[in-house]
Design a protein. Structure first.
Length: 104
């Protein structure tokens, strides 16, 4: 399935719109990961553990969005937007939303 942040797909013609589709995921942070991230904040550097959690959350949200689009008969999702939020300070919520379409 083609997924793009643009409202059109160059060289393709949109033949049908199915409406908005979305995928959401909420992932809790780990106490040990939080501890090591805090230490890393003090001494500097990147937090590989948090980066991996972000990647997993993003991939899960995008997969759910694509599954919803496929269930409607779409073969592409256009205008995709990713949003990241924290919930209660210890959980990460990622939402992917776009418009499901059929393209030729």
């Amino acid at each position: 399935m083609l997924v793009t942040t643009t409202p059109t797909i160059e060289g393709a013609r949109i033949t049908r719109y199915y409406g908005i589709v979305s995928g959401e995921t909420i992932i809790g942070a780990n106490v040990f990961r939080d501890l090591f991230a805090s230490i890393r904040d003090i001494v500097g550097g990147r937090s590989g553990a948090y980066e991996e959690v972000l990647r997993q959350a993003k991939e899960t949200a995008l997969k759910e969005m694509q599954d919803q689009a496929a269930a409607r008969g779409a073969n592409a999702v256009i205008g995709v937007d990713l949003d990241y939020e924290t919930v209660n300070g210890s959980m990460l919520m990622v939402t992917a939303a776009g418009t499901a379409v059929t393209v030729e």
